[in-house]
Design a protein around this ligand. Sequence first.
Ligand code: ADP
Length: 615
Amino acid sequence: MSMRGGPGGHGGHFLSEEEKKNAPKVTKELLIRVFSYLKPYWKQMLLVLTAIVVSSVLNLYPSILTGKMIDEGLIAGDLNRLIFFIVLSFILTLSANLIGVLESYLNTWIAQHITFDMRNQMYRHLQNMSHRFFTENNQGDIITRMTSDIDGVKDIITNTFSSILSNSITLVAAFIAMVNKNWVLALLSLVLLPLFSLPTRAAGKTRWSLTRESQESRDRINGILNETLSVSGQLLVKLFGMEDFEYRRYERENRKMINLNIRESMAGRWFRVVLSTFSSIGPLMIYLVGGIMMMKYDSSLTVGDITVLVSLLSRMYGPVNQLMNMQADWIRSMALFTRLFSYYDMPEEITNAPDAVTPEKAEGNIRFDDVCFGYNPDKLVLKHINFELKSGHSIAIVGPSGSGKSTMINLIPRLYDVTSGSVCFDGIDVRKLDLSFLRGSVGVVSQDTYLFSGTIRENLMYANIHAKEEDMIEACKKANIHDFIVKQELGYDTQVGNRGLKLSGGEKQRISIARVLLKNPAVMIFDEATASLDSISEKAIQDAIDPLIEARTSILIAHRLSTILAADEILVVKDGEIVERGTHQELVGRGGTYTELYETQFKIGDDQKHTPEQA
Ligand code: ADP
């Protein structure tokens, strides 16, 4: 049997301090849950178990046959029997190895299927997680759960689990075979086994901690090199005349490292000494005690029996050592499962109410009733927001950055739920509406538009996979992007995204406007880009948005005067509160927040292109 590594390939046979501290509590629930993933494959598991038992036993047989070769062949002088046992022994070894191949195949098959199930389950779960989850968690972490953590499960099944099984079975089978030969010597071996495995383990641990120390020292040296040999680091050293200081620091660390390296290397050598010395004691003891029994007490022991016992004992070393080292793997495996399960258990937060209603048709009326909201309930970002958007009308939200404008519109498609108060769509609290109905009725064009990699057509159809070609073209014409698309060599089949055509911010935004138009929602929400676009793109977007505001129920976070002027009502938001509301004419002369915004932002930004009268 080969030495098998731990899950994920990290770690080795000993736990680091941190791993020890974070070792999970292995409860019955945890184990039941782990095994629930194995359950669908119990038939295959049973087959694996059988294969492991059979191959472990077959693997031991040649050792037993050695005894017969000696007693019945060599000592009895029977060449035919000798040859018979030799051939039999060879066939058994061959069969054991072939069954081993079957076992590995089944093992891999089961492990792959279990990780397949876990990945799908995890992906579905992640898709249902709230927007908050993705804003609060690092994308790298999420992807690690999906990839290397679940790969770790595969290693646990193919390595840890099957190693525990096959090693235990080999041990038990070898012990039974020994008892069969001579129970006194079998018991003696049982007592001896831990005695030579323990020193080996202790020596291994010393060596392991030295290896870690020397690794840390190497990291520190690399740190010094990276810092002091970089261009800016060098400059600093020179300008402050610290060459000698840095040299001494380096020399000190370098000396520490070579000392550690020498100790590590010697620890490795001592480890081998301990290993080979202690493992030779067992067979010697069996020869001694067996010999005494044979010669002094005239027991029925034969030379062959003693050879068999020695050979079986030496076959037990590997499994015993591996099982003793298994503890670290086992704890790491359980930690991995605990981590994965904690992900599976994260609440989905925003879900369909059990009695969710799906109205026949969406009108597009939106009402905020005394809405308070905080990303963290202790710190309200929105305070007592009241407004109503009637179907067919449009509202512009303006206010300084960070005042809560985006937060307001995030509440409409339930990216977040209100802390208190309510957001109603067509008179029904959004929390009581069917989620897919709600999100199907609200179209959002956000500031940072995102296109998946694929063709422009695929990106547009994302909004409505059943859309007709002419509808798509119509939407692109309205969004003022059709002419740009047809100018491309492949037209609507041009690749965009990571490896495709690089689009400017303005072009992306117009495609995303077309995408929302194709979805044809009852309410449109625009988060107008603050980033300054060049005036041509800006004009193109303006020409796309302005007619839409006239024609559709819409809410806009506006930064441009022409957008603001096109809306029926303006809400001025400051520090999470609506401080003023009305039309441009009513607000501009009032000398409040709006006037201030107008003087500093809208007027300057827009005057260069068109005056309010023109727009
Ligand atoms: P605006 O759109 O007016 O610029 P936002 O609605 O984006 O303002 O932000 C309002 C406040 O909420 C800001 O103080 C911001 O820091 C905070 N905020 C925005 N998004 C989050 C988030 N995902 N988690 C926590 N706080 C947030």
